[in-house]
Write a protein that binds this ligand. Structure first.
Ligand code: ZN
Ligand code: ZN
Length: 228
């Protein structure tokens, strides 16, 4: 029977491209298959995978495997999909980066956009003695002028951070994605993006992130936010 929707983990790190990851690419693929995902995007830090290598992995595993880049910029980390070359030379120039990604038929997603406001902490801002945050004010940050979409569910985010990102998608009129941000096999698939139309290829995935019907979803609660 043909699938009516598909689940992808859009944010994962492999040990090949991210020094902070303990997971090699095959462990990542096996974990994603085991968890019943339809696809993964490998979004290593400032690292660009060779799409031919990923196409080979796709063919060998049956799992859709696409590359992405988690690019560090002065306004926060940005997940870029659909672009197959290093973007390091553009990360200091957001307008140019956005233009280049658009022309390359890619898409930009603000990764865990409120991470610095909430930190990787299981405790709320109130519990940490911090003032509550106005999401409306945070939405005026310049990063949101450039990204197409926001990452709402990130496997390492606390609930407060997720709530703020959800609210921000409504204020900004942008879609929300989900991804585990897994650095080890246990976390793969903890948060996903559900594509209402089955993903046919990478271009179709990008098109759906821009124009399609997607939902971000948290699949399991992490017991240790910091231990992922
Ligand atoms: Zn990140
Ligand atoms: Zn990440």
């Amino acid at each position: 029977m043909k699938k009516s929707s598909m689940e992808f983990d859009l944010h994962t790190h492999s040990s090949q491209g991210s020094a902070c990851s303990r997971m090699n690419i095959w462990d990542l693929i096996h974990a994603a298959c085991q968890k019943g995902l339809d696809g993964v995007c490998i979004t290593d830090h400032d690292y660009c995978w060779d799409p031919r290598e990923l196409a080979k992995l796709h063919k060998e595993s049956g799992l859709q495997v696409y590359g992405g880049i988690e690019l560090s910029t002065s306004v926060g980390e940005i997940l870029v999909y659909g672009v197959h070359q290093s973007l390091l030379h553009l990360r200091a120039d957001l307008p140019k980066l956005a233009q280049f990604v658009r022309e390359s038929k890619g898409v930009m997603v603000a990764a865990h956009p409120f991470r610095t406001d909430f930190a990787l902490s299981p405790f709320s801002r109130e519990e940490r003695g911090l003032e509550p945050i106005e999401v409306e004010v945070m939405c005026r940050r310049s990063i949101f002028d450039f990204v197409d979409t926001l990452e709402v569910y990130n496997g390492r985010s606390c609930q407060e951070e997720i709530n703020a990102a959800r609210k921000a998608t409504k204020i900004l009129g942008k879609k929300g994605t989900g991804g585990s941000d897994a650095h080890s096999i246990l976390s793969v698939g903890s948060c996903v993006t559900v594509f209402d139309a089955p993903v046919e290829n990478e271009a179709h995935l990008v098109d759906q992130l821009l124009n399609g019907c997607i939902q971000a979803k948290k699949k399991e609660v992490s017991r240790n936010v910091l231990g992922m």
